[in-house]
Design a binder for this molecule. Sequence first.
Ligand code: IPM
Ligand code: MG
Length: 351
Amino acid sequence: MTLKIAVLPGDGVGPEVTAVAIKVLRAACTSHELHFTEGLIGGAAIHATGQALPDVTRQLALESNAVLFGAVGLPEFDAQPPARRPEAGLLGLRKALGLWANLRPARILPGLEEFSPLRPERIAGVDLIVFRELAGGLYYGQPREKAVDSALNTMRYTRHEVERIARLAFKAAQGRRKKVTSVDKANVLECSGLWREVVTDVAREFPDVKLEHALVDSCAMQLVTDPQRFDVLLTENMFGDILSDEASVLAGSIGMLPSASLGEGPALYEPVHGSAPDIAGQGKANPAGAIGSAAMMLRFSFSLSREADAIERALEKAITSGVRTPDLRGTATTSEVGDAVIRELARGSRE
Ligand code: IPM
Ligand code: MG
């Protein structure tokens, strides 16, 4: 099989972690032809072209089979309005690729409990996944405007938008612990009222999955008081943005976590962490999130689940054996972690 992968490293630590993910992909997929083509996005693209998402990058992504994404965001753009910031590149790409489902698994690796901000007995065994709706809600709602003394954003959801992400979440739950927690603010928002109705309807198609509804504030609290109770968390765009960051630090370091964004066309895979410009270029970034995202790419875009499993196992072994970056109080560099994963891959294939 020939896999055409668009690589968009972006800003900050994005280039270092994607470079490692590419090496790991090459090591894991020796029987397939991998074609990587790089494009500019985010602050790097604004500096080079004036646009956060240049047309050539959009085209490159649309013509690929999958997109491997690094991170966007640079401090020199902090004073700019949203449309002129590096983040507009990612938001534009989500729109262009029709990405509507963002999957963010958060799992604590055995032995890493001490790195979690929660007590070990509270975090042990946590294994949850956030299904975040990615194409609707406040992020894209029209009208939107900013005047001098007032500003406006619009939250809007359609039945169709809620249905498709809910179905995906319930299907995933069937292959897991069969529990969906749907998060909303139905005591205040009309959008959440619709969300709850539609999710309840979809749940009838999946009688083997248990559905519970949680209000977003209470869910945020339970994520830190009792995270073991969650399996699949299903929520709208903005709540999902916030809760997935909260969930990600539970696992010890935000650097550990991968994500997949799925939709109509090529899917996009990116670590959950951001561009971290303060540590960029120093080999300190944890590549685990990027490597895990590469594994998700093999699984979801190319149905190569054997190779995806092998990468995830090798990554887990490398990290639990102590090859760790400074976010996990280790001394390994970004590329040393990648090399350890590749060694474990080789060892795994010999066993
Ligand atoms: C994320 C990020 C993005 C978002 C930013 C960079 C636009 O925080 O992927 O969670 O808010 O969706
Ligand atoms: Mg976010």
